[in-house]
Design a protein around this ligand. Structure first.
Ligand code: ZN
Length: 203
């Protein structure tokens, strides 16, 4: 399985990192080895002094497909989740400066948190799902899928032009504003609407 991640999908997050607004979605992959094992803490890797949390809505693909039209994209997923795209911002800045790929900054072991899954039927619309991240009890990120530059079904259409989507693949749909550094002993708790999706200890 693969994790397909979208960058720069919320206008305010693009502003906070002073990135250019893209004409097309920014796409990168994480390998399955980047998935943080259930109930394990996240260990800050020794190659970074600036690991950031990025809370993101996740979509789990449950049908194989390629060149999926956005009209039919909703048939390719039944579950929505919440996770973190941990990013070594200092490593990423060096990669960006040189125009190099981002994998060392985003695809390392443990860099993908995948929380609980929820049936999409429990949300009135997948394009209006509120979510948030608390760090040590204080809300640091909050977003709503209505604020995405490219909505979930548009992302499926876009990424399936390049990659065959397989059962179990997960799409990370991008982070809203409020990303920030994590330090040892932090606790990160994610909520999707009123449901707790994950609680992660940083070490
Ligand atoms: Zn991200």
């Amino acid at each position: 399985m693969k994790l397909i991640c979208i960058g720069r999908n919320y206008a305010k997050h693009i502003e906070e990192l002073q990135n250019e607004r893209p004409d097309e979605p920014v796409v990168f992959l994480k390998p399955d080895t980047s998935i943080l094992l259930k109930k394990q803490p996240f260990f800050i890797p020794d190659f970074s002094d600036d690991v950031h949390h990025e809370v993101e809505v996740l979509v789990k693909i449950d049908r194989i497909g390629k060149h999926i039209d956005k009209k039919f994209a909703h048939k390719y997923y039944d579950e929505i989740g919440l996770g973190i795209d941990f990013t070594a911002r200092d490593v990423q800045a060096r990669c960006k400066e040189k125009g190099l790929p981002w994998e060392k900054a985003k695809a390392f072991d443990g860099a993908a948190v995948i929380g609980k899954w929820f049936s999409k039927a429990q949300f009135p619309s997948v394009d209006d799902i509120g979510f948030s991240l608390e760090r040590n009890g204080e809300q640091v990120q909050a977003g709503n899928t209505s604020m995405m530059l490219w909505k979930i079904d548009e992302l499926i259409e876009y990424v399936s032009k390049y990659f065959t989507l397989k059962i179990g693949d997960i799409i990370f749909t991008g982070t809203p504003a409020g990303v920030g550094k994590v330090i040892a002993n932090d606790v990160l708790v994610g909520h999707i609407e009123n449901e707790e999706a994950f609680s992660i200890k940083i070490k």
